[in-house]
Design a protein around this ligand. Structure first.
Ligand code: ATP
Length: 551
């Protein structure tokens, strides 16, 4: 099919901002395309030649493209740059340069959609010796056959900036309209396969029946199931009845596929990052059976047992060179938490079955592959969930996930079947004004610390008791310091001079008549002792007030 036909469609799409009109234009076009070409035109309608999950990318920078344009129209790259500055976009600039050029061109053969598609895909395979000039040659081959309008869209496609205002939703609606298939069915098929081209082809050739038979397959990532914020642990248990509580690790979410003997790793945006993680691929080869599967998990980096910043992991994943070097200095741990495919698709199975399967098939490997820590909670052991939350925060993780064990895996949806309960990102610096001696084995030391903040008049107002977050040695040291600061003792209670400042994480600020500030903290955990701060630096009732009021 002539590329000109697709270019006319692009122009028509560009001429309207109305989604319904765009849908009509595309539906009319799709119904005129033969089945075999449908996958190509659907992806090109999005301005791409590779799906997002492909390991391949065009990888052509605007500098290289400008060189090719300059050669094609016989001007300098500076002139191309000037034109782009005037027009604001490389495609329109190219079209104008084409129209201006003095030499007449003889189109030796008309450009076809297949040629443009194939040539552009070739670009991704070029590396090594003279890669740049070979890439320019391929682009030039297309540009030399192109009309001004065609050149406009070829250049835009090379940079993956088509600018005709079409997204996946519009494409789906157009396929539905063109082939008379149900929108919901299309959406489901797309969600499971993430291959609009294939979905279009099946819709055309096999109709709704064909779409129904599509399911997820190792090798093609699925959009991940997402979580809503939980109102609270108790509230969630009441609503779900039974929950699976898991540590919420703060790293990057990965979907790992094994197809035949190839292992692929995708991000939550479905990008293929397998090349950046050879170590994780090695772990997976050892930890999981040599069969096709899809599992999900979170990759984190720990330093001396504590998870370190999320940004650090991103850097590690984005890194394309010297991967071996970073591999040694930044060891990764993969926490697996779900399985979507093993011998067959499992997304319709309830979480409890999926977790059981995961536990059966995954071998854990110390600090390399672990299963997410999990406790099963119902009405009578809510404190297990609360303890897991505290433990997670103490260890430096983000909080916990609260999952409905009966729920299927629902791709791409932020639903109510999986919730997250996190510590507030902003911790508070509070001063210790008292404490309570422990009981039994801990009777000699102070087990719980009364914390206060400053009010407007510079007076201290209590806000919470904290009892978790410190190791035994630090607890002992703090107890000793408290003894020296003691100003009053009554029973197991001790009052101290306000001197020790602690940084406190918590899940929520709540109103409470129990403390002088009128507020209290849910699940407070000591992050660290702040000997670098003085009493003037601690947080204030006013700040807590404004944090509480924030939506
Ligand atoms: P956030 O910034 O809170 O991670 P998000 O939009 O990236 O939000 P959500 O779906 O809202 O993602 O929250 C769940 C995220 O928590 C998952 O995407 C995953 O990356 C991460 N996670 C960490 N541990 C787990 C676990 N045990 N089970 C499920 N998800 C987990």
């Amino acid at each position: 099919m002539r590329y000109k036909v697709l270019v006319d469609v692009y122009e028509a799409l560009d001429a309207t901002t109305k989604r319904l009109e765009k849908t009509d234009i595309l539906a009319d076009f799709f119904s005129r395309v033969e089945t075999g070409l449908l996958p190509v035109v659907t992806i090109m309608a999005l301005g791409k030649v590779f799906p997002v999950w492909s390991e391949k990318e065009l990888g052509i920078g605007s500098k290289l493209l400008m060189k090719a344009i300059a050669l094609a129209v016989g001007v300098t790259t500076l002139e191309v740059e000037d034109q782009i500055r005037d027009q604001g976009d490389i495609g329109s600039a190219t079209e104008i340069l084409y129209k201006k050029r003095s030499q007449t061109t003889f189109f030796s053969k008309p450009l076809t959609i297949e040629m443009v598609y194939t040539n552009l895909r070739k670009l991704a395979n070029i590396s090594g010796n003279k890669a740049q000039s070979r890439k320019i040659d391929i682009i030039l081959e297309l540009l030399s056959l192109a009309s001004p309008q065609e050149a406009k869209y070829i250049t835009r496609t090379v940079l993956e900036e088509l600018r005709v205002g079409v997204g996946e939703g519009t494409i789906r609606d157009s396929i539905s309209q063109a082939f008379g298939v149900d929108k919901k069915l299309l959406e489901r098929a797309h969600m499971l396969t993430n291959d609009l081209g294939m979905v279009a082809k099946v819709a055309h050739a096999e109709g709704e029946k064909g779409l129904q038979s599509l399911s997820l397959k190792p090798g093609k990532p699925v959009k991940p199931m997402l979580a809503q914020l939980a109102d609270g642990i108790k509230e969630t248990v009441l609503e779900m009845g039974r929950i699976y509580c898991e540590t919420k690790y703060d790293g990057i979410r990965v979907q790992i596929h094994r197809k035949d003997s190839q292992i692929m790793i995708f991000t939550r945006r479905l990008e293929n990052i397998s090349n950046a993680l050879p170590d994780v691929i090695q772990y997976i080869e050892k930890a999981l059976p040599p069969q096709d599967f899809i599992v999900e998990g979170e990759i984190i980096v720990t330093k001396q047992g504590k998870p370190i910043s999320f940004q650090y992991i991103l850097q590690r994943v984005r890194r394309k060179y010297d991967i071996e070097k970073v591999m040694e200095s930044v060891p990764l741990t993969l926490y697996l938490f779900d399985v979507l495919y093993y011998q067959e698709p499992l997304i319709d199975a309830p979480l409890e079955i999926r977790r059981e399967t995961l536990e059966k098939i995954a071998k854990t490997m110390d600090n390399q592959v672990e299963l997410s820590k999990q406790v099963k909670v119902s009405g009578d052991n809510i404190e297990d969930a609360e303890n897991l939350f505290k433990e997670s925060i103490e260890l430096g993780h983000e909080g916990i996930m609260l999952k409905d064990p009966q729920a299927p895996y629902i791709p791409g949806i932020r639903g109510k079947k999986m919730l997250k309960y996190k510590a507030e990102p902003e911790s508070l610096d509070l001063v210790v004004v008292g404490g309570t001696y422990g009981k039994g084995k801990r009777a000699h030391g102070i087990g719980s610390y009364l914390l206060a903040l400053n009010d407007d008049d510079g007076e201290l107002k209590t806000i919470a008791h904290v009892a978790t977050g410190l190791d035994e040695n630090t607890l002992l040291e703090l107890s000793n310091r408290m003894e020296e600061l003691a100003i009053e003792r009554r029973g197991r209670q001790i009052k101290v001079k306000p001197h020790i400042i602690l940084e406190i994480s918590y899940s929520e600020i709540v109103k409470s008549p129990e403390y002088e500030s009128g507020y209290s903290l849910r699940f407070p955990v000591v992050k660290r002792i702040r000997d670098d701060l003085s009493i003037e630096d601690i947080d204030t009732v006013a700040r807590v007030n404004s944090m509480f009021k924030r939506p």
